[in-house]
Design a protein. Structure first.
Length: 68
């Protein structure tokens, strides 16, 4: 995929910032859901790179991260 194609794909996504992010724009992540993938990026770099993972892998990660 060309870089400009990837950038246009990311700009069309609905990004959600973590609820742990403060109002001062601190270190945080944003996620966006697409049909078969989840995109993850640094909230301070909204036009920077994003990690793309398959939805099942994200679901497994969230389940594991939420364990006590």
């Amino acid at each position: 995929m060309k870089t400009e194609d990837a950038a246009s794909q990311l700009s069309g996504l609905a990004w959600s910032k973590s609820s742990y992010s403060g109002s001062d724009g601190g270190d945080c992540v944003e996620v966006a859901m697409a049909t078969t993938t989840i995109h993850i990026r640094d909230s301070k770099r909204s036009h920077g790179p994003a990690l793309q993972v398959p939805t099942p892998a994200w679901t497994d990660f969230i389940a594991f991260a939420g364990r006590p």
